[in-house]
Write a protein of this length. Structure first.
Length: 92
């Protein structure tokens, strides 16, 4: 298995996850919620982690079946982990 491909793609997943966290941030701003800072820190950490993975493990190779399974597994696990950050920071 080519780990460079897996980590690069996982970085892309994390970057997209961080960008998608902007929508709850906007809703929090509109409703003047107190957890805005928690979402802001979560976005920064998630996008930074994703960009670091993409920079540290560049790859233009094709994704094979083994890499595809690993990307899906790491993608779901990392999405679950990074998706909990706003709740952890907000203390809920």
């Amino acid at each position: 298995m080519k780990y460079r491909i897996v980590l690069n793609a996982t970085g892309s997943v994390l970057t997209l996850l961080g960008v998608s966290m902007v929508f709850p941030l906007i809703c929090g701003l509109l409703y003047q919620e107190k957890v805005i800072v928690a979402f802001l820190f979560s976005i920064i950490i998630t996008v930074a982690s994703g960009l670091c993975l993409r920079k540290l493990f560049p790859s233009q190779e094709a994704i094979g079946p083994k890499e595809g399974f690993a990307i899906a597994t790491l993608g779901w696990i990392s999405a679950a982990g990074f998706g909990t950050l706003p709740f952890l920071f907000a203390g809920t």
